[in-house]
Design a protein around this ligand. Structure first.
Ligand code: C2E
Ligand code: MG
Ligand code: MG
Length: 580
């Protein structure tokens, strides 16, 4: 008997150990344990259960509807139905739901329970509750982070508009839902002069402009009768997509409004910024076989808008397709080249005709193209002119030279006036003088060279005003290609240049035709009468150089004297020779 007692004692000690371990495990797992006995209709909650539900009275025996009273009103119906189902079908209970604790706080609970009664007997349920609020909070955070990530991948952070990827997705989705006769419209918008503002006033001003344009697009599209969405698809490129196309008249109204709003001056830190919008749009009917077609067509229309002068708009027409694809490429290439600072200058010295000392230089643009090497103007200026990008290039060159002179100034180098070729469009533009003011400093010595052929028609008021203003700022004005146009005298009178450059095309024939000397002499005399100095360009060889002795000219420029050269070579030449 004693023996049996000892065995039983040992067994119950083992049992107590196991129970103790179990209790530890339960406590560590933060689980609350409950039991329900249908026979006695009693519910028992352990202390952890009370804790989870925020109960402080310490009573482990609870009324049988106590649990239901704590379930969140939004979850209660579902939970009652589910627990009924488990009881009826004798299934394990396993659900997450919300409770409202005694202190009013909402918690997520994971409940697991099992019916341990024998079949046919009254139910006996044992279950655990775990507070999984933290898991839900984390999952929610993760979901929000994921949503934000997805949002960011499709949106431009600066303007909040959808980006290129979003546009692709939105168009693809619209195409997938589209009927064969549904008309849609894609609009592409490119900002004019954005680069100038960005370069002259800095990136903050650039960001401000982009944000403002984003807002203009968003609000204009919102107010428009036909639902559409605006996107920012590149640096200064925007788009609007209409899954259902507006009418032609509506498109004109929209474009007029956008051109006007974007073209109105925007004030950043007291500075008026002038930009413009060029717009191209294309209509499509039914889901396109090749979705990129509508983009190419809108781009071709945009190209036409740019070509026909800035701040305008064009609807795509079939004949635009006749443009070689290369032209569109070149526009992209040129825009990229501008953005990547690929345009540089070479300097061709100009010499005093008598002393042959350096009295000036002409800055000649070169495209330092990473793929094609160093390109002369003949390889890209024509294309740039057709795409209305000459003004941007001229502005770039102007800043480039100003920066170079500042460097020379800081190095203590005595440099002469540098002449910049300036297109007539730039000279006429309202942003020309503000751009000059942004850059010009007292140590800069700049001249602008204007093509005589640009002034065949009467010089307009805008040009005249701008000429006066830059003259006031100490910028010298030279007339380029003098004698090659039909109204040399008229141009001289209207522009009153400091120097007139006699065009190379008039100098070259001297070699074969000595009578050409008469023409050159006459031109020199005309210039002199208009109180302009004369520069003779294209002094290609010694023979031409010798011929100029018989001419009453002041300055010579040509390969026979020096070819155009990089800034460093020009600086070295200056250091060696005297500057007048
Ligand atoms: P341009 O203003 O008449 O410039 C003179 C051109 O004649 C330069 O050609 C120069 O290299 C070339 N040249 C100079 N001396 C001689 C010579 O003795 N013999 C020969 N055969 N050529 C000589 P480049 O650099 O190819 O420039 C061509 C034109 O491109 C320029 O003619 C100018 O109209 C335009 N250009 C150059 N840079 C710019 C610029 O920054 N902006 C604008 N709008 N046009 C520019
Ligand atoms: Mg020139
Ligand atoms: Mg010239």
């Amino acid at each position: 008997m004693k023996h049996v007692d000892r065995d039983m004692l040992a067994e119950s000690e083992d049992l107590l150990k196991v129970i103790g371990k179990l209790q530890l495990a339960v406590a560590a797992s933060q689980m609350g344990v409950w039991e329900y006995d249908e026979a006695t209709n009693s519910v028992h909650w352990d202390d952890r259960m009370l804790e989870i539900y925020g109960i402080t009275d310490g009573m482990n025996k609870r009324p049988d509807d106590f649990w239901e009273r704590h379930i969140h009103p939004d979850d209660i119906d579902d939970m009652i139905a589910y627990s009924e189902e488990c009881r009826r079908e004798n299934k394990d209970f396993k659900r997450d739901y919300r409770i409202i604790r005694e202190d009013g706080k909402v918690r997520y609970i994971r409940s697991l329970a099992r019916n341990i009664s024998a079949p046919g007997e009254p139910s006996k349920l044992v279950g655990v509750n775990i507070d999984v609020t933290e898991d839900y909070r984390r999952a929610d955070e993760l979901k929000r982070a994921q949503t934000k990530l997805q949002h960011d991948a499709r949106h431009d952070a600066l303007t909040g508009l959808g980006n290129r990827r979003a546009l692709d997705e939105v168009t693809m989705e619209a195409f997938s839902l589209m009927g064969q006769r549904d008309r849609f419209c894609l609009v592409l918008i490119d900002l004019d002069h954005f680069k100038e503002v960005n370069d002259s006033l800095g990136h903050l001003a650039g960001d401000f402009i982009l944000t403002s344009v984003g807002e203009i697009l968003r609000s204009t599209v919102e107010k428009f009768d036909i639902p559409g969405t605006a996107f920012r698809v590149g640096g200064d490129e925007f788009a609007i997509f209409f899954p259902t196309a507006p009418s032609d008249e509506d498109m004109i109204t929209l474009c007029e409004a956008l051109v006007y709003l974007v073209g109105s001056p925007m004030t950043f830190q007291g500075e008026d910024c002038y930009i413009g919008a060029s717009i191209g749009y294309a209509f499509g009917v039914g889901p396109p076989k090749n979705p990129s077609t509508i983009f190419s067509e809108a781009d071709a229309a945009l190209y036409e808008a740019k070509r026909n002068g800035r701040s305008g708009y064009r609807a795509y027409r079939r004949e635009f397709d006749l443009k070689p694809a290369a032209a569109t490429n070149t526009r992209r290439d040129l825009l990229n080249a501008l953005a990547n600072d690929e345009f540089i200058c070479h300097y061709q010295p100009q010499f005093d005709a008598e002393t042959l000392s350096i009295v000036g230089a002409e800055a000649l643009v070169r495209w330092n193209c990473p793929q094609r090497g160093l390109l002369p103007p003949a390889r890209f200026l024509q294309a740039a002119a057709e795409m209305n990008l000459i003004e941007d290039i001229d502005d770039h060159v102007f800043r480039h030279v100003a920066k170079q002179q500042t460097r020379w100034h800081e190095e203590g180098l005595d440099y002469p006036t540098i002449a910049l070729n300036t297109s007539a469009n730039r000279l006429r533009a309202p942003e020309f003088v503000p751009a000059v003011d942004q850059v010009l400093r007292p140590h800069h010595k700049i001249a602008v060279e204007l093509l005589e052929t640009a002034f065949l028609d009467e010089i307009d008021k805008e040009t005249q005003d701008n000429l006066d203003k830059i003259r006031e700022r100490g910028i010298r004005i030279d007339l380029d290609d003098f004698g090659s146009g039909h109204s040399s005298v008229a141009a001289l009178q209207a522009i009153k240049p400091h120097q007139a450059k006699i065009d190379r095309s008039l100098v070259a024939p001297l070699e074969e035709n000595p009578r050409q000397m008469m023409t050159l002499r006459a031109l020199c005399r005309i210039a002199r009468l208009a109180q302009a100095k004369t520069v003779i360009e294209g002094m290609e060889n010694g023979m031409l150089l010798a011929a100029t002795r018989y001419l009453d000219c002041d300055v010579l420029q040509g390969y026979a004297l020096q070819r155009p050269m990089p800034a460093a070579d020009f600086a070295a030449l200056l250091r060696r020779g005297a500057v007048d």
